[in-house]
Design a protein around this ligand. Sequence first.
Ligand SMILES: [Zn+2]
Length: 187
Amino acid sequence: MKKLEIALGEAPVLRKVAAPVTKIDLALQTLIDEMIFTMRDANGVGLAAPQIKESMRMVVIETPPEYDEDDELIPDSRTLYVMINPEIKNMSRKSTDGIEGCLSLPGYVGEVSRPHAILVEFLDRRGKKQKLRLKGWDARIVQHEVDHLDGIMYTDKLTSPDNFWTDEEYEEMMQAEAEEQEEAASE
Ligand SMILES: [Zn+2]
């Protein structure tokens, strides 16, 4: 399987509005498989075609694995979505703040406010029309990936320019917060 090169930072392809997919053929199936392979290889949870320098409206997403009460990995708990020409048809008025990263901006995370729930329509890899209502993490990642198809990066949508950190800064911040909470609990 071929690992695709991921477009980074200010690559112009990341700022273009991608064109709709018009043909679901063998070449597209190969590209989908390569995108899934590239996403998994990079430990990502989502990848949009412009990120691998193909300016077309297609994304792959894989939810993180789930764990049971004993912290054991639940087998097959990940869901893989392939969305061709996805369109967000409806979104909740309620928004939530969440932390996002991006394979095109490795080493950084930022806080973004997004609608909590969405309705998304798309074609699956067989070309069948699908409609999904998603909320929470799934809704967030779909919005992040669909933004890529319109040339939008999550850094355009930060809750504040200050809410953008390196992975290390963010980790330190979380650790400091956890320690504060521990102290408060023991007082
Ligand atoms: Zn991204």
